[in-house]
Design a protein around this ligand. Sequence first.
Ligand SMILES: [Fe+2]
Length: 468
Amino acid sequence: MPRYSAGFVTQSDEIEVDRLPVRGELPAWLSGTLVRNGPAKFEVGAQSYRHWFDGLSMLRRFTFSAGAVSYANKYLQSRDYERSTSQNRIAMASFATDPCRSIFQRFLSVFSPNATDNANVNVAVLADRYVAMTETPMPIEFDPHTLETLGVFDYERDGLKVATTTAHPHFDPWRGVLSYATRFSRTSEYVVYAVPRGQRRRESLATLRVRKPAYMHSFGMTERYVILVEFPLTVDPLRLAVSGRPFIENFAWEPERGARFHVIDKDRGSVRTHRGEAFFAFHHVNAFERGDDVIVDIAAYPDSGIIDALYLDRLRAGYPIPEAELRRYYLRPGEEAADYDRLIEDSFELPRIHDEQVGGGSYRYAYGVSTRRETPGDFANQLLKVDVHERGVRRWAEEGCYVGEPVFVAAPGASAEDEGVVLSVVLDADNDSAFLLVLDASSFAELARAEAPHRIPFGFHGAFFADD
Ligand SMILES: [Fe+2]
């Protein structure tokens, strides 16, 4: 078993601690809650989930106030969690695990809201509500203080019948929350939509018809455009309905299709498409406009093998994990070909930026996880701060430590883009424990660490909600 396998072991304890032991000094201004999401239960009864993305969601929170930090963790009480734990078996179909079902049930689960609501990927604010999200269109509302589950967030009747979506929405200052979803049918569609501020209704901005929809985990956004990058990992929707295989295993890698970059005008709904060589990605880092060019920074893999590498049996057996590279794609009007260059030598994943500084090309810093060059194929074991102007990096790493997505929090009244802190939940593999690491975002030096009361399985994403 590899050292990092403790990050894929179920954590059954749900606890609350008023004050964590802190080494170093937390900034006095840091006030608010970091909520993180991720799978933390990998078996139900005698059955095991097959893929990291399938585990049942556990919310974790670190709340900062006056130089101290408290902690709590709680399982998200989704319908899937309740059904599965009460029946003591895996009750609903997810990304790569499917309990025995008839073809008819499967048809229902793909094309109706009967699919899993195990919202284990991310958290966000939608219509002033705190929600946990996954790739089925059923966000689940929770209380960020108690981590109590409040139920499925219902969109107002907007007629948008979609099967999958992204857990990585963007925020557009004029339009509200922007996202996209896929409708599977004989002729499928990607629907780009907005949820206007304070409303519970999705408003379609553009639709793109597609014969074989691609698996896409996130998207890019600039002031004027939404950018959907269609990787050649695609599905025949009919196969999805009748194959009897778990969701993602119906998708096939078709590198000859290449990658398609759809640049969608938010005002007009018009689309221009660029093409590049085949690659795959989960995460866009940022996108911006430079004149009429659109620049897309993305954490790219040569192919979709990373999805296979994240099956739990492989992770626990220590198979080498493919590494993403930070690429910058150039989409120029009148030029169909999308070309790119690589920004840094280090691998780069789980990217975050100072959200308020997106667009306009002014962004300079990205934060992410990476694998040290001395340990190729290992799980993420260093944090990076990337200067995309100078193409330089700063690193944080410690022997035996595996790092989670770094979340940037701006200092109050900050003038520089990197004035603030970076927060990351770190697994200390040798001690079977975890801590919250606080780095100075500018120097990338450690300010403090707060010792968690137990081992915390690896999470995917989270957000910092400042106290207002
Ligand atoms: Fe993600």
